[in-house]
Every structure is written in structure tokens, then in C-alpha cells.
Design a protein around this ligand. Sequence first.
Ligand code: ATP
Ligand code: MG
Length: 559
Amino acid sequence: MTDSKKSLNFIEHIIEEDLGTTHKKEELRFRFPPEPNGYLHVGHASSICLNFGLGERYNAPVNLRFDDTNPAKEEKEYVDAIKRDVEWLGYTWDKECYASDYFQQLYDWAILLIKEGKAYIDSQSSDAIAQQKGTPTEPGVESPYRNRSVEENLSLFEGMKNGEFNEGEHVLRAKIDMASSNMLMRDPIMYRVIKKDHHRTGSDWCIYPMYDWTHGQSDYLEQVTHSLCTLEFLPHRELYNWFLDQLYDNTSIRPKQREFARRNLSHTVVSKRKLLKLVEEEIVSGWDDPRMPTISGMRRRGYPPAAIRNFADTVGIAKRENLVDVSLLEFHVRDELNKTSPRIMAVVNPLKLVITNYPEDKEEWLEAENNPEDESAGSRKVPFTRELYIEKEDFKEEANKKFFRLKLGGEVRLKNGYIIKAESCTKDENGAITEVQCTYDELSKSGSGTPESLRKVKGTLHWVSTKHAFEAEVRIYDRLFADENPDGHKDKDFMEFVNPDSLQVIKGFVEPSVKNAKPGDQFQFQRKGYFNVDIDSTNEKLIFNRTVPLRDSWAKIKE
Ligand code: ATP
Ligand code: MG
């Protein structure tokens, strides 16, 4: 998937340098480390593509590591969903690891630090600890418990582990430097008491290690060479290294933390916490709602995994955060689906059309190509009759020259069929057009080779036979947020920008060839866009999601 001739990104430059100095190629190992506290989103997809992409480029293993240190927020449901999503994106991990598998080792190492006088039990409230932290310009204040004896620290730590204390009574802190210019180095907390069962370790533990104490040591235990994380962890790097300094044995691989910018996508939010809010407040139907920027949402919407990988590859990784327009992702979705989707005719907003000179009981099955981009896709037959549906928007009583669709007195070709001419129309009491009457030229049938069939008319319309078409529910999605950067307003909450019209459910008609379509099947509805069959769909009731409209607005942006 990764083109080795492509220019290197800055992480690859770092690796190349390391290969000449500190690391051997066969030692390289990467990891993707999600916390199982929600579903993965498009930002995680970038991180997955980065790490697994490096694995492919260097032929190196990549671990899937669950950073499961907070039983209050984590669940097995999320572990399973994450595994499904990574696999669906097309990647295979080497080892499936869990930070919780290292709880004993981390505990033993913490004891080592206590014994060396590098960690202590603080018995102050979390408020008091926070107050003593100082500010970036003022040093912090040392805890009155900072100089407890090793014996006392050991016995209190054991008491914490044995469940003798309540949450918040004591914490274990690293003893580093309360005056450090890096606030994270001011005696960071390593352990806290959480009296909750863990989805994997059950009630074995009631103390849980903090992120900083867990992450680097997990990398070390797994012998990960390059631990890549997002930019907000840059100040954590010093602490990452400090912990390793205390434990590193000078012979094994010493992991390196390096940072890259988070992926932000326009018209959405990429934060599990915020996505959870959309789910909880029922703005969407669930984590896999097709409007969600989650991997499961994109899958349900019909985004092919290759499109997501190509998108990640095109955008690459950066050292600085920026907002990537969602239309670039949609461009890649179209690009993939154009190659793979069979074409069908479906009318989303039906208007009845009657061909008055076509015999009432006549029925023809016309030859239609399945995919002009792919000859091997073959063809199918579509039924043509006197009464058809066309799109409402494809007919106007009067229109100017630029309207290449049907107007009174004007001609169009019906795709794969005949040239027709609109003669009259019927309206209801409100003046809305309910039916169009037209005539057809019997000799103009597509592919028949007659001079009439070769006659050029400006417009071609798709259609379905009213007698043969199947009714289907069509779900048309728009952007979930009306604002380009809903998260980027200081004075306004992102929830204020939710687009109230992001879902439109309409009744459409599809040609009979798709009668047996199954959830996940994808089609191009000619002239409309790419659609897939939703997981809610049944044999009795077909439901289609609009994956993406046909119009390629990104091409215009690029020009
Ligand atoms: P969120 O803020 O959505 O909760 P997170 O960073 O807490 O995300 P984790 O499960 O901890 O989520 O992240 C797993 C990996 O994915 C980390 O290496 C993290 O840096 C990376 N990651 C998370 N969000 C993004 C993003 N928007 N762009 C790129 N990488 C990301
Ligand atoms: Mg996190």
C-alpha cells in the first residue's frame, strides 16, 4: 500500500536516521495504542494508517495495544469494535496487547522506584495537590509527605493495593522536581485508587496506573522502537524519558516517543468524548450512524476502506495542526466507488411520465451496461413500459436553453431507451406537476443502429418502469455540522452548530435488478450518486444510504 518511491514524511526521516545509528532495521516495531473508551474515528484512522503504513514500508511488526488503565470508562464492547475497525481498514497486527497485562510488572517497578527514593505516597486531597502545582512561571510547592520514609511508602502502597483505602485518600507520585519548567515533571501521579472492576482484570486491582507511567513502560516491554503520538504529548516526552531512565537496562531496545499533528476534519468533531455526547443526546442513532466520522459510521455509510487509506496517504502527516476539508475524503470515496460500483437506475423524487403512443401492455427489456469503467462488469436488462418515473427535478414546463433536461416541446433521451418529447403535463389543485405526457420515437432505440437512434439530443434522463420498480427508503445525509470548524469557537459549544437537516428520509424507486440486494451492497444510482444498502434493510423494505453525491466539488477546489 505504501509506495516506497514516495518522498519520506518527517517520521520516516527520523526512522531513516535511527537506522544508521541507534537501531537496526529488523528491530523496528510500532504500535497503535487506543484506549477502549469509545469507537475509533477518522483521526484514529490516520494514526492507524501511519503506524501500519510504517510497518508495511519497513516490513516491521505493529502491535495493537489497548491502553486500558481506566476501568471507569472502558468496556469490552469498545475493544471488540476497535479490533473490527482496524481489520476492516485492511491491517493485521502482530501482537494483541493490553496495558492491563502489565499491571503486575508496573506495580513491581513502582516498588523499585519507591525503594530508590524516587516515588512517594502523597496523602493530600487532589485539590491540595493541584494547588501546589504552581504555574508555568512559578515553581510548585513540595508536598509535606514528600520525604516519607521508604518503609512507610512501601507499606502505604501495599495498603492501597490491598484495598485498605478509599479513592482519593492516597496517591503514588514520582519524586522529580517541583520547580521544573515542565509542569508534568512536578511530581506526577503514578497511581490512584479506583474501586471499580476492570473489564479484563476484574477485581484483581483497585489501584490503576496513570497514562504516563503506563505508556512508555508498555512500549519498553513490547520493545516498540518508535512510539508515535499526537502533538499534545510533546511535553510528556521528558517524563516518558525520565521513567525509562530509571528502568532502562542498557541492552534492550529503548523506545522513542515522537509526535505528529492530530487529524482534524472539517464539518465534524474528532474527539471520542464529543462523539459520545452526540450519541447520548440522540443527535445521531448511534456510534455507527452514517453521519458520524467514526470508522463504523463511515463503513455503514459505504466509504470503502481503500478510500480512507488513500485519504490518509494523500494528506500525510504534519508537524502542525490544520483542518482538512471533508470534501477531500469524499473525493477519494468517489474515486474508489467509480471503479467498483455497478450502475443502476433509481428515481429518488418520482414524477410520473406517460408515453402516450407506446402500447399499453407492451414491455421491453433493454440492455444496460453495468459499469462503463469496467467492461468485465457486464450488462443487465431493464424493463421499459408506457408508464415510467423520472426525477421531479428533470422536468420543467418552461426553461431556458441551459436546461438540458425535459421541458414542454423539448426532447431528451431516456437512458438505454428512446428519444421522447414532452407534450403536456397535469397539475394538482396547488399547481404542482403530477404527471407528464410525452411521445416517443419508435426508431430511436439506443443501440439499434438506425439513423434515428444516432440522432443527438442534449439531455439523457434516468427512469424506472412504474410497474416493475421497487419502492425503497432512501436516506440522504448532509454534513452533521453546519459550521466548518464546530470545535473552533471559543465562546460557543460545538453542539450549537449541529445541522438540523443532516438527514432526509425519502421514498424512491429502484429498478428490479436490485431486488435481492443485501446490506453493504453498493451501487451508483446513475446521475444521482453512490448508495449502499443499509444494515436496517430487509427483503420487505429496501433501505439505501447515500454514500456521497456524484458531483465532485473537490475537483473545482483543486483547479
Ligand atoms: P480522543 O481525543 O478522540 O478521545 P484519544 O487521543 O484520547 O482520542 P486514544 O484512543 O488515546 O484516543 O488514541 C489512540 C491513538 O490515536 C493515539 O496514538 C492518538 O494519539 C491517536 N489519535 C487520536 N486522535 C487522533 C487524531 N485526531 N489524529 C491523529 N491521531 C489521533
Ligand atoms: Mg486518550
